[in-house]
Design a protein around this ligand. Structure first.
Ligand SMILES: N[C@@H](CCC(=O)N[C@@H](CS)C(=O)NCC(=O)O)C(=O)O
Length: 215
């Protein structure tokens, strides 16, 4: 039995980022696919508070919450660090990761998955949030500077999942015309082999969203 297990859902950007961090480090792991409509006893045991994926189990000890799991991975397997060395830069990376998860993701979910006034309002909000991200990227190649790191992996949701969802829902919010720097960064990130090889299949993802979020 492998000593590292990830409880996740193949289509989830949260478990996706944990898998990419493990691949980045070359850590072998077993992926346990969860059915969120019928959560396993193990998931409930390992994450009794939130009952959510992803959960990383290392030597029978469980760590929940994707951002915390990524920190744990970086501290446990030290080669090829994903966090910046400098404490200030590390603090900034955590700040922007929380911004993405607490502000951008909920807003994108409502903008893309709801309809009518609720969606319109969320689209306006999301456009403002994209402007903030665009301003943060500026001339950097990646979020953390010249190399892909923690924040780029977290922000993959902007480079991959949101564009897929836009395509599936025919809502064109994140465009090259409006957010040139985000789109240039996205292309570079998606061109990186570890990232490219570990993203879900787009057609499979489309089917997943169609069945899961059909109105
Ligand atoms: N803040 C959590 C969010 C994870 C999350 O939202 N997971 C969803 C799937 S994408 C989940 O497990 N949902 C099940 C539920 O809410 O019951 C993290 O970063 O790990």
């Amino acid at each position: 039995m492998k000593k590292v297990k990830v409880f996740g859902v193949w289509a989830s950007p949260y478990s996706g980022r944990v898998e990419i961090a493990l691949k980045w480090k070359g850590v072998e792991y077993e992926f346990v696919e969860e059915d969120l409509q019928n959560k396993s006893e193990e998931l409930l045991k390992y994450n009794p508070i939130y009952k959510k994926i992803p959960v990383l189990v290392h030597n029978e000890k469980a760590v929940a919450e994707s951002l915390i799991i990524m920190e744990y991975i970086d501290e446990t397997w030290k080669a090829d660090p994903i966090f910046p060395k400098d404490p200030y830069e590390r603090a900034q990376a955590r700040f922007w990761a929380n911004f993405i998860d607490d502000n951008l993701m909920p807003s994108a979910r409502t903008a893309l998955l709801s309809t009518g006034e609720e969606s319109e309002k969320a689209i306006t909000e999301l456009e403002q949030l994209f402007k903030v991200v665009e301003n943060e990227i500026k001339e950097k190649k990646f979020f953390g500077g010249n190399n892909i790191g923690f924040l780029d992996i977290v922000a993959l949701v902007v480079a991959f999942w949101i564009p897929c969802m836009q395509e599936f829902t025919a809502k064109n919010i994140l465009t090259k015309e409006k957010y040139q720097l985000i789109c240039i960064w996205s292309e570079k990130l998606l061109g990186c082999s570890i990232i490219k090889q570990n993203l879900p299949d787009k057609e499979k993802l489309r089917e997943f969203y169609q069945t899961r979020f059909a109105h």
